[in-house]
Design a protein around this ligand. Structure first.
Ligand SMILES: NC(=O)c1ccc[n+]([C@@H]2O[C@H](COP(=O)([O-])OP(=O)(O)OC[C@H]3O[C@@H](n4cnc5c(N)ncnc54)[C@H](OP(=O)(O)O)[C@@H]3O)[C@@H](O)[C@H]2O)c1
Length: 292
């Protein structure tokens, strides 16, 4: 049994905290709002079990074996008090966030190693401790150096943990879909079906193509020449779901565009690769008027 803290038990955090607790681990949820049970409404992975919840970092008595960082990327600094109380050099920090800049946690974790995760878990927090879970419960992590330890941590759990020797490809493929889908749905305030609009589809393809140019330069196995096919395949699946940036925009909450589009631009600048479409979409996202 490992001692695990989940910082930010929201849509994704409740899923992994609940299933790791159900697997017999000692799990603390580090939350802003109190709750006493993990309730996961789900066709595939339902759960309703007691939760141990702390709402003040000063109540953390000792460091833990594992921390799962599940706050949104722009909330990471705000969670620094939790990370300082939970981490020492023996702690491992799994960053359960979208994007490619998981090292954002490093200034706050007292020298603990941080591990990026690509997150596939469609869920929405409906009340503290309670989520509606729609699809997947999977994390993909680099095979080295902690992949096997993570496999063991998740072994008895219904949540899925996959180490990959080709992590960069997973990470960049997910980033490209977020760059395309999150930005366009947030700006148009329409769900994914907006990508089939004749005026929008070329923008979607350009976004994926530019992202895959960066990905290829960073060693991912993604060919920019296949960007159009990737968008066609996604649209052929017929989904008209929302994205997290779409829902955050409608609710007037800050969005993760700096961790998604901004991260791609920082990479583009470092590599000297021109990504004009990503730059335009990022500029528009950044310039939106506050909604409330
Ligand atoms: N949701 C999905 O379907 C999904 C899918 C794939 C990837 N992701 C990624 O997963 C990451 C987490 O997203 P999410 O959807 O789970 O976000 P979320 O539902 O907004 O959950 C974040 C949680 O963190 C809490 N929080 C924020 N600051 C905190 C602090 N200082 N101390 C303690 N708790 C704090 C929030 O508390 P309050 O509840 O009080 O606001 C919220 O419950 C993001 O990077 C996202 O892009 C999400």
């Amino acid at each position: 049994m490992a001692r695990i803290a989940v910082v930010g038990p929201g849509s994704v955090g409740v899923f992994f905290a609940g299933h790791l607790a159900a697997a017999g681990h000692d799990v603390i949820a580090c939350a802003r709002r109190p709750f006493d049970r993990y309730v996961i409404e789900s066709a595939e992975f339902p759960l309703d079990i007691e939760a141990t919840v702390v709402t003040d970092p000063e109540d953390i008595e000792s460091t833990v074996d594992w921390v799962l960082v599940c706050v949104k990327a722009h909330q990471t600094e705000g969670a620094a008090g939790w990370l300082a109380a939970l981490c020492d050099q023996n702690t491992r920090v799994l960053v359960v966030q979208n994007g490619i800049e998981h090292h954002r946690v490093d200034p706050f974790v007292n020298g603990a190693p941080s591990i990026p995760a690509v997150v596939y878990c469609g869920a929405e927090l409906v009340a503290p401790g309670r989520i509606e879970h729609l699809t997947s419960g999977r994390l993909i992590v680099p095979a080295e150096p902690f992949g096997q330890e993570l496999v063991e941590l998740f072994a008895e759990s219904q949540a899925e943990l996959r180490p990959s020797g080709n992590f960069a490809t997973h990470q960049w493929r997910k980033l490209s879909m977020n760059i395309m889908a999150n930005g366009l749905t947030a700006l148009t305030r329409r769900k994914m079906g907006v990508v089939t609009e004749p005026g929008v589809k070329p923008i979607a393809i350009a976004l994926v193509r530019e992202c895959w140019q960066l990905a290829q330069a960073e060693g991912a196995d993604l060919d920019p020449g296949n960007a159009e096919e990737a968008v066609e395949t996604l649209m052929a699946s017929g989904g008209d779901g929302g994205t997290s940036m779409f829902y955050d925009t409608l609710a007037g909450r800050p969005t993760e565009h700096d961790a998604i589009h901004g991260a791609a631009l920082r990479c583009a600048d470092r590599l000297g690769i021109d990504t004009p479409t990503i730059r335009i979409i990022h500029g528009l996202l950044d310039a939106r008027a506050p909604t409330n």
